[in-house]
Ligand binder design. Structure first.
Ligand code: B12
Ligand code: SF4
Length: 440
């Protein structure tokens, strides 16, 4: 039997002129598409398109099209779906955004996969072959036991020098604005250590010396992490990940992380105002501890990148301006900011809706770069202005240089700090064009 032609597309968000953002190189690739490709039944011939670095030929010879939906890139995903539907193709969608609003997504495609794809995706493709495709597939998994991701399908593309590997999915915390909490509701799955090690080995065997450990909080199970590190240390690789800031008090774990090649950890610090953190159900994070914990982490040679939001109820113009000093003092190598945004499906969205504080209703414009809610201590327009002023300040050339190349650590690892500088300069370029930095 002739194989059905399947293409999996990771869409790229639109810029202000409604053109998909393009890049000559995608440094961080996601895992979803190579993983789904690996779980594709034999009856299909599968191909991956990463739209940030390649164009989509809507007239390509294909039977069925799968489209991802990450953040505000969902509006592009919908437009892609419409184009393929016009040409009579079968279209399915998956990923975070469509999982948070499946009914809406279904208007534009034949089938929506909600949440985990491990069981739902192969089941959906089998149904398609039988001519029994359902509108929705929602099959949460208890254990993630997956084949090796098909990185071979993306190796000839313009990607960076690191590949992703997943350790855990979901998060034990419950921050009110977070899509991960909203989708997984504290359900946190850790993959078997031997599978994670197998995947890291594949990355090394493919000639990559760096990996990105995907897990929303590598700190949440210390025993698991300590054991995983025992396997990572002898591989002599470099890696980055995300974590909660309380890891700064665990000297033993920090030293072992550093020994294993952990280069950068990203922390969702969110705000330098404690009341704002409390209002986001993140009172477990203590602003008064931030500087001390950051110093501890940096003292073992691990650099810090941060994710912060502005526009929470206790934020003022002054606190937003002071955030720039915090970043400077802490020498955060890659700082990122968003305007606190009520993503549909999250608790925060419900709160803002009930309080009649939604300012812009078109959820497709929710890209974290303009205020779409009514803040407490300023107008939405003022918040948007303060947000960009903060970004401008933090990404002044002098500030970029000070936190990347003009620091004593530079001499220990010049390549690493030059890499951070390049990211910062690219972000600066995006900020000048009023694009929220991220796709790198
Ligand atoms: C790696 C990553 C990136 C990378 C790579 C992106 C890429 N294009 O692949 C970079 C840094 C470039 C990036 C950028 C962005 N990201 Co991102 N990213 C992640 C991260 C850390 C891991 C994603 C991953 O690979 N996970 C592992 C895979 C296996 O899991 P998964 O993605 O959930 O996929 C499973 C299911 O969801 C499902 N599935 C997923 N996609 C699809 C598609 C189909 C067709 C099907 C059937 C199933 C399916 O099947 C998979 C297996 O079960 C997540 C956080 C997280 N913990 O997941 C954020 C995350 C997905 N990103 C997010 C956002 C907002 C963005 C940006 C919009 C940020 C911005 N403002 O620019 C951009 C958009 C980029 C784009 N569309 O191209 C949000 C999404 C929130 C939401 N409501 O949608 C997350 C959840 C972070 C967060 N905490 O908010 N990102
Ligand atoms: S700790 Fe991070 S991933 Fe977990 S719920 Fe809070 S914001 Fe989401």
């Amino acid at each position: 039997m002739q194989k059905k032609k399947l293409v999996l597309i990771q869409s790229s968000p639109y810029d202000h002129e409604k053109k998909p953002i393009k890049k000559s190189k995608l440094y961080f690739v996601g895992l979803a598409m190579p993983l789904l490709a690996a779980m594709t039944p034999d009856e299909f011939e599968v191909k991956i398109i990463l739209e940030t670095i390649e164009d989509i030929d809507f007239d390509m010879d294909v039977d069925i099209v799968g489209i991802g939906s990450m953040g505000h890139a969902v509006i592009r995903s919908i437009d892609i779906a419409k184009e393929f539907k016009k040409r009579g193709k079968t279209v399915f969608m998956g990923g975070y955004m469509v999982s948070l609003m499946p009914e809406e997504a279904k208007k534009y495609c034949d089938s929506v996969i909600v949440g985990d794809g491990e069981e739902a995706y192969p089941a959906m493709l089998k149904d398609y072959l039988r001519g029994e495709l359902k509108s929705f597939y929602n099959m949460p998994v208890k254990l993630i036991h997956t084949p090796l991701p098909r990185f071979d399908l993306i190796l000839d593309k313009k990607i960076g020098d690191m590949l992703p590997v997943q350790a855990g999915r979901g998060c034990p915390k419950s921050c009110s604005f977070c899509s991960i909490y909203c989708l997984y509701k504290n359900h946190y799955i850790r993959r078997p250590i031997e599978d994670v090690v197998r995947d890291i080995r594949q990355i090394k065997d493919l000639g990559f010396n760096k990996f990105m450990l995907l897990d929303d909080n590598i700190m949440s199970n210390r025993k698991y992490m300590m054991e995983l590190l025992d396997y990572i240390i002898p591989m002599k690789m470099t890696w980055i990940s995300q974590c909660s800031i309380d890891i700064g008090d665990d000297r033993e774990l920090l030293e072992k992380l550093s020994k294993s090649g952990c280069m950068t950890l990203s922390f969702g610090l969110e705000s330098i105002v404690q009341e704002s953190l409390n209002s986001m159900n993140k009172s477990w994070a203590k602003v008064s501890d931030y500087k001390r914990l950051i110093k501890n982490i940096q003292s073992v040679g691990i650099d810090i990148s941060t994710e912060m939001v502005v526009g929470a109820d206790a934020d003022t113009k002054e606190s937003i301006r002071n955030t720039a000093d915090f970043i400077k003092e802490c020498k955060i190598v890659v700082p990122r900011f968003y305007i606190l945004t009520p993503i549909p499906g999250t608790i925060y969205h419900k709160e803002m809706l009930e309080a009649k504080r939604i300012y812009i209703e078109d959820m497709y414009s929710y890209d974290g770069s303009q205020a779409v809610h009514i803040p407490k201590n300023m107008s939405p327009e003022e918040l948007t202005k303060e947000y960009w002023a903060l970004y401008e300040k933090v990404f002044e050339i002098g500030n970029i240089m000070r936190r990347t190349v003009l620091r004593k650590e530079f001499f220990k690892a010049p390549g690493r700090y030059l890499f951070y500088m390049a990211i910062n300069l690219y972000y600066r370029y995006q900020i000048k064009n009023r694009l929220t930095p991220n796709i790198i």
